[in-house]
Design a protein around this ligand. Structure first.
Ligand code: CTP
Ligand code: CA
Length: 228
């Protein structure tokens, strides 16, 4: 507990949060995106702020308004999101909730692709996007003390998430089964399990605000034990 500000246990700590989808352009008017609303990431950013942290929120395209007293940086593509994250280091903690597009289009058309003829369908060539979470987790310099990833899985969700945490090198991974609990992506509720190297902790289905609050409590506990 911070004796100078008991209600702001994260006072003096910096947090980086990514949220929302990324949009990867196909041509000047089309993109590849996903259903992420950004709500879980925004809710986490707000609870970290309420606990006293200085929060930078790197947000993909969402319809949410930038929260008060949070440095919100809007980006569009995965590459822009990575650059914005690196530009805001060092931080004490990074919470990567964004649904980053795994691929981008290699052959982005300079002009709007025309329909021309039924037989001439456009072919999109894809290339892999940088893995922002893995990059931040594996930094040699400026690696945040606590790096938290998210995993939305539709099958074998705990096993996949354990593998994902180890592969990427993050400290915790927050997993949800986006198939069995319907309406999570884009919805207002979430049901998650936090996996760390110590074990797992399940949280009942709750509003994304409540999940943000509960995750923040876990983060506060982590930093308290760090300071002991
Ligand atoms: N992530 C990221 N950059 C990417 C892809 C994912 O930072 N290019 C982050 C997400 O923000 C999330 C975590 O990695 O915190 C897991 O994302 P997920 O899509 O579940 O993992 P992938 O490694 O992309 O695996 P897959 O999509 O094949 O399940
Ligand atoms: Ca992915």
């Amino acid at each position: 507990r911070n004796i100078l500000a008991p209600d702001r246990p994260l006072e003096g700590k910096k947090a980086l949060v990514t949220a929302g989808p990324t949009f990867e352009p196909i041509d000047p008017i089309r993109f590849i995106g996903n259903y992420s609303s950004g709500r879980q990431g925004y809710a986490i950013a707000e609870s970290l702020r309420d606990a006293g942290a200085e929060v930078t929120l790197i947000s993909g395209p969402v319809s949410l308004s930038p929260p008060d007293n949070i440095n919100t940086v809007k980006v569009r593509t995965a590459n822009e999101m990575l650059d914005a994250c690196l530009a805001h280091l060092p931080v004490d903690m990074a919470v990567m909730t964004a649904a980053v597009s795994d691929w981008r289009v290699r052959n982005i058309a300079k002009h709007k692709i025309k329909k021309t003829a039924d037989i001439l369908l456009p072919i999109l060539e894809m290339e892999i996007n940088p893995d922002i979470l893995a990059k931040i987790s594996q930094l040699k310099n400026n690696r945040p003390k606590l790096v938290i990833g998210f995993a939305a899985e539709t099958e074998n969700h705990l096993k996949n998430a354990v593998d994902k945490r180890i592969r990427k090198g993050c400290d915790w991974i927050v997993v949800n089964d986006v198939r069995s609990s319907t309406n999570i992506m884009g919805g207002s509720e979430n049901e998650v399990t936090i996996l760390s190297s110590f074990g797992k902790q399940h949280f009942e289905r709750a509003s994304k605000e409540k999940i943000g609050y509960l995750l923040t409590q876990e983060i506060i506990t982590f930093f308290k034990s760090e300071n002991r």
